[in-house]
Each structure stands twice: as structure tokens, then as C-alpha cells.
Design a protein around this ligand. Structure first.
Ligand code: GAP
Length: 631
């Protein structure tokens, strides 16, 4: 008998997500809408936990980060300044037969035989017969026809397949794309074997169009009139609102650079090919921190001055030695140290919610991969089941988060485009600058000037004006003024939620006394993220004393955590249901709880999901014990 076909892991995960109410297709009853997903009862809890953990770790637990909640629709000027209107685009190719668009960099290489055609001519005999037939019905052709199309076109067919399929596609092209040909006769057919080409449609085999940029922002109109003046965009990232509100937050939060502003919220991108379940969606949520730091020249000015007046010789800066002790930020950290610090903080965050380091990859972007304003960027990848594999067969991982050092690009852009200053005043810098030796001042001034000039010329400011502006900016150092740089850890809520589900997914096969085996799913979520923290179960639902006690336990825990009360079915079934929902703890209230064995009065059986271990725990000790595990 043939072995039953192994179901791919991702397929099992997608089906579990639907079956257990983690994730559903949006608008499913109308056939769904591509790239949009809804979170069901368990998914909503899981996602909420992800966001709360991020918010707590990144803002509430720190003195140097505050939060923001901005609108989704903002002035379109913001997206002009950020570069999204001009450049937030993917290179796209289009199939002329299906009109389907593909991202140029995502076409899988194909091999086969390419049939080239030099053009087509109309089959006059058939055409005339058709026109006569139309006339007989009192009709006329809707379009004028074209006798000849001198326009080359090619079609790829898989090796071993007959050329007929190529001819069919090419005929459709000449009649459809050029509209005018009704009965094309293909000209100059020539066959050519080809390997690993990405120039043909994966669906029809037709030659794809030239790659063209396609802006990913969703457009809408604000107000009753739909014209170019009322165009607005759904934000494609949460970051820009933080830059736009930087000055307000600085002035109202009593923060000083270095400090950060965090935001969680929806973002929208009209992705060309949404794929891999929720991984690439068109509506998703981001958790972004913009952490503002002093430019290196400012750090150096302050630190040089400090060391010149200190009797104690300072230790060599960790920034320069690279001897990383990244736990506690130091005043002498430059951007590289801050960047490394945030990469490490984020890795620790993922570990702390149950993604082991072995499932993560730190990918340091190569210089040629960096955005033009970025000095460095580390992508934190998770090894999803759908990730590509390297030559050793190891999963390579897909991006969960990017940690970018974005220089002073964003604030500078908003300063230039809005005409509002985005610089800060730093008393420490002002005091230090005047006391620095002239050579040091000159060196730092020059470096700051060069960086500013480089930025301005890159943004198209003409050389003389750029020099003038950069001089003004560098002169600002002496007055304690500068534009902060930024480190940006930017993560996706939906991607992390999916990573947690994939990581938690495990199966156990159990064989009963009769030799019947059953495979069931356990979602081994870290207790911190688990949608339900604890299942509370009376042993029997028809014993009012047990039910009363179980409800008391539920009400004791409920203000502190998400509790699920379950009295239906056998205890084994109830445990299995909670295992599949990823609930880390279950407790059973039985007759011993009521004092059948007096020494066990007011205790419950606490069962641990991952190893099935069961402990007897006093009800009075439950809360601290569970809180310690879920926080
Ligand atoms: N402000 C920087 C920024 O937006 P990004 O790399 O384009 O950078 C940051 O996005 C994160 O947002 C990604 O690492 C990913 O987790 C999430 N993200 C981006 N596009 C997404 C999409 N189409 N679907 C789901 N998550 C997405």
C-alpha cells in the first residue's frame, strides 16, 4: 500500500489556524480578498500579547523611550518628504495574456523551449468570411482590423511539450494585445532551448513586459472632492509620524537625546504578490522604535572635553575597542555601538518570548543592499517553514524585523520639506565646544560639515547652496545645536505572531491500550505570549460543590490573566483541547480540593502542557506561582 502523502508543515499550520480560531481569511464568505487576514478569538489574544510585550519592554520598562499613537492618514507632504511618493515602489513585470503582475525579483527561473515569432498577419480569407457573416446579421466589426503586426513576441513552453501551446498563447497575444487582429497567422516561428530564464510568465509562458516601478501606497481622497488636491495615502509605515511629531514629543516629554519614541499601529502596502499566509500582507501592523542619538561628532566633542578636565583617565571607549558590553548604554556610545545594542536588545526580546536563538538569524546587510541613507542595517530573520534553504539544506530565514541606522536623513528631510527646524539644543555640547582645542573643533566641524553636505547634495541641492547650508549646520555645533541621528528597530506584529505559531507547533503521537494511535497538536507557546494562560476545570460538571470551587478559582485568577473555564467532556479531552490552543497550564478541581483527603483540602492539580507533569498546589499559592511564569 502506498504511504500516505506527508502534508507540508505550513499547510498543517494554516489549517490549524483556521480550525482553532487563530487566523481566518478576510471576507471569506465572499471568496476572500488577497493579502488581508482576520484574527479569531485565539489569534486576537496572541497578537495582543505580542503588542503588549513589545510596548512594555520598549517603552514602559525604560526611562528613555516614550510612546506615540498617530493617525493612519497624514498629510501627503509627509510621504513626499520621506521619499515614499517617489521611490516606494517594486519593480514589476506584467503578463500580457492574464494581465497578472509579478515582482520582478520573485519570478522563479524556468527552463524549456522558447518559441519566437517575428510577428503575425491577419488571415484575410477567414476575416472576410467573418465580416460577411456579421453583415448578414446587420452588424459590423467593433474595431478596425490590422493586416500585419511587425512585432516580435516569444512564448516559453516546458521541454517535451508541443509548440501548439506556444502558438495558442502567441495568437492570443496578437489578437488581444494589439486588439486589431481577429485571425492571426503567426510568422517566422523559431524554437530555442533555454535554461533558468525569468523573462516568461509562470502562468501562461508569455514573454513578460519590461520591469516597471509600481508604487505600493494605497491612495484615497480626503473630503468630498476626488481630485489631485485631495489625494492622501494610507501610511505604509508607522515611522514617519514619529519623525513628524519629534519636536512635539521632545518638548512635552522632558526627554533629552538619546531617547526614543515607539509606536504600534496599522500599515498598508499594496503588495504585488502577497504570499506565505500572513507573512506578506497588504494590511498589517508594525511595532517601530525611532531611537534618537547624538551624531558621533557631538559625542566626541562632549567626551573629549570631559576627559580633558577629569583627573581620572577614562578607560578606552568601548565604542572604539568593540569589546561589547551592551547591557547598559553609555554616554560615549557612537552610532555603531547604539546600533549593535539595539540588535542585541531585540534578539533578547525574541528569546524572552520563546523564539530560541537557533531559530533566528542576524543578517547584516551588505553595503550594496543598504538604502541610500542607511549606514547599517541588520535584518533579524526567523526560520519559517517556507524559508529558502541554503546549500547545506538549512533554512535561511525570512525577515521579522529590520534594525537600521538611518543617520539624520528623516529629520533632515522633514526639516527641509516643512521648513520647521528639527534640530535640538544640547547645553552639554555648547559648554564643551568652547573649551575644546582649536584643532579638535576644526576636525569635528569638518566631519559634521562633510556629512551634511553629502546628504544635501544627494537630495539634489545644488553644490554652492549645499556648502552654504552645511556650513550653517556645522556652525550650529558651537551653539550646542545639531540634528539627531536615529536607530530604528522596526518589527512586524503579524510576522512575529506567525513566527510564534510556527515555532510553537508540535505533534505527539500517542498509542492507547488497544494499540490505536492518535496524533495530536500541541502549541508550545511561551507562557508570556500564550493566548490563554490557564484552563480551569472541575473534575465533574454535575457536582455543584466542584463547580462552585472551580468558579471561585477562575474568579481568583481572572483579574490577572486570561483564564478559560471548561467543564465539557473527559479531563483528557479537555487537556488536549487546551494543548492545541497552546495553554501552558491547566488545573483540575477534584474531591481532594474539597477535603476528601484532609491534607489536600484547598489544593488543585496543576498540569503543565509541555511535559504533562502534574503537581498538587495550594489555591493560595496559585496566583504568585502563575504570575511568575507568565510575566
Ligand atoms: N520603517 C521601516 C520599515 O517600515 P520595513 O522593512 O519595510 O521597514 C518593517 O518594514 C517590518 O514591517 C518588516 O520587518 C516586517 O516585519 C513588517 N512588514 C513589512 N511589510 C510587510 C507586509 N507586507 N506584511 C507583513 N509585515 C510586513
Amino acid at each position: 500500500m502506498a504511504e500516505p502523502k506527508e502534508i507540508p508543515l505550513m499547510e498543517k499550520i494554516v489549517s490549524l489556524c483556521k480550525r482553532r480560531g487563530f487566523i481566518y481569511q478576510s471576507s471569506e464568505i465572499y471568496g476572500g480578498i488577497n493579502g488581508f487576514w482576520d484574527y479569531g478569538p485565539l489569534g486576537a489574544e496572541l497578537k495582543r500579547n505580542v503588542k503588549e510585550l513589545w510596548w512594555n519592554t520598549m517603552t514602559r520598562q525604560r526611562d528613555d523611550v516614550v510612546g506615540l499613537e498617530a493617525t493612519i492618514i497624514m498629510s501627503p507632504q509627509i510621504w513626499k518628504a520621506s521619499g515614499h511618493v517617489e521611490t516606494f515602489a517594486d519593480l514589476m513585470v506584467e503578463c500580457p495574456i492574464t494581465n497578472k503582475r509579478y515582482r520582478a525579483d520573485q519570478i522563479e527561473p524556468q527552463s524549456g523551449v522558447v518559441y519566437h515569432y517575428s510577428g503575425a498577419i491577419e488571415d484575410k480569407v477567414k476575416y472576410d468570411a467573418w465580416v460577411t457573416e456579421l453583415k448578414g446579421r446587420g452588424e459590423r466589426p467593433a474595431f478596425a482590423h490590422q493586416d500585419e503586426a511587425v512585432h516580435p513576441f516569444s512564448v516559453l513552453v516546458q521541454k517535451g511539450k508541443p509548440p501548439e501551446s506556444a502558438r495558442k498563447v502567441a495568437s492570443e497575444y496578437y489578437s488581444k494585445s494589439l486588439f486589431l487582429m481577429r485571425f492571426p497567422i503567426l510568422q517566422g516561428e523559431r524554437a530555442e532551448p533555454i535554461e533558468n530564464t525569468t523573462s516568461y510568465s509562470p502562468d501562461s509562458g508569455a514573454q513578460l513586459s519590461e520591469a516597471r516601478p509600481f508604487n505600493l501606497m494605497f491612495k484615497t481622497y480626503v473630503g468630498p472632492v476626488e481630485d489631485k488636491d485631495s489625494v492622501a495615502y494610507l501610511r505604509p509605515e508607522t515611522a514617519q509620524a514619529i519623525f513628524a511629531q519629534f519636536k512635539n514629543v521632545l518638548e512635552t516629554s522632558r526627554q533629552k537625546v538619546p531617547f526614543g519614541i515607539g509606536q504600534i499601529g496599522k500599515a498598508f502596502r499594496n503588495e504585488v504578490t502577497p504570499r506565505n499566509f500572513t507573512f506578506r500582507s497588504r494590511e498589517f501592523e508594525q511595532m517601530e522604535l525611532e531611537f534618537f542619538i547624538k551624531p558621533d561628532e557631538v559625542v566626541e566633542a562632549i567626551e573629549s572635553f570631559k576627559s580633558s578636565v577629569s583627573s581620572v583617565q577614562p578607560e578606552t571607549s568601548e565604542l572604539k575597542t568593540g569589546n561589547s558590553k551592551l547591557e547598559t548604554p553609555q554616554p560615549d556610545w557612537g552610532w555603531e555601538k547604539w546600533h549593535a545594542y539595539w540588535v542585541e536588545e531585540r534578539m533578547k526580546f525574541y528569546e524572552g518570548i520563546g523564539l530560541p536563538r537557533t531559530t533566528l538569524v542576524e543578517y547584516w546587510q551588505k553595503p550594496e543592499e543598504l538604502a541610500h541613507y542607511a549606514r547599517a542595517c541588520v535584518d533579524i530573520l526567523f526560520k519559517f517553514p517556507f524559508s529558502k534553504r541554503d546549500e547545506k539544506g538549512e533554512l535561511m530565514g525570512e525577515e521579522l524585523e529590520g534594525v537600521a541606522a538611518r543617520s539624520d536623513f528623516d529629520l533632515s528631510q522633514h526639516a527641509r520639506c516643512s521648513g520647521k527646524p528639527m534640530g535640538v539644543f544640547d547645553e552639554e555640547l555648547r559648554a564643551a565646544w568652547g573649551k575644546l582645542p582649536k584643532e579638535k573643533q576644526d576636525e569635528l566641524w569638518r566631519r559634521y560639515f562633510e556629512n551634511r553636505k553629502k546628504y544635501l547634495t544627494k537630495m539634489g541641492v545644488e553644490a554652492e547652496a549645499a556648502s552654504k547650508q552645511a556650513t550653517e549646520d556645522a556652525n550650529g555645533l558651537a551653539k550646542g545645536q545639531y540634528i539627531p541621528h536615529v536607530i530604528e528597530p522596526s518589527a512586524g506584529v503579524d510576522r512575529l505572531t506567525l513566527a510564534l505559531i510556527c515555532n510553537a507547533y508540535s505533534e505527539v503521537t500517542e498509542t492507547d491500550a488497544k494499540g490505536k494511535s492518535e496524533t495530536r497538536v500541541i502549541l508550545k507557546f511561551h507562557p508570556r505570549v500564550a493566548p490563554i494562560k490557564v484552563g480551569v476545570m472541575p473534575l465533574l460538571k454535575n457536582k455543584p460543590e466542584l463547580v462552585k470551587k472551580a468558579l471561585e478559582v477562575r474568579d481568583l485568577l481572572r483579574p490577572w490573566m486570561n483564564v478559560f473555564y471548561d467543564d465539557a467532556g473527559s479531563i483528557g479531552r479537555r487537556y488536549a483541547r487546551q494543548d492545541e490552543a497552546g495553554t501552558p497550564f491547566c488545573m483540575t478541581i477534584d474531591f481532594d480540593t474539597l477535603g476528601e483527603k484532609p491534607e489536600l483540602l484547598d489544593t488543585v492539580t496543576l498540569r503543565y502542557r509541555d511535559d504533562g507533569r502534574q503537581d498538587r498546589v495550594k489555591i493560595s499559592e496559585l496566583l504568585p506561582l502563575l504570575l511568575e511564569k507568565i510575566r
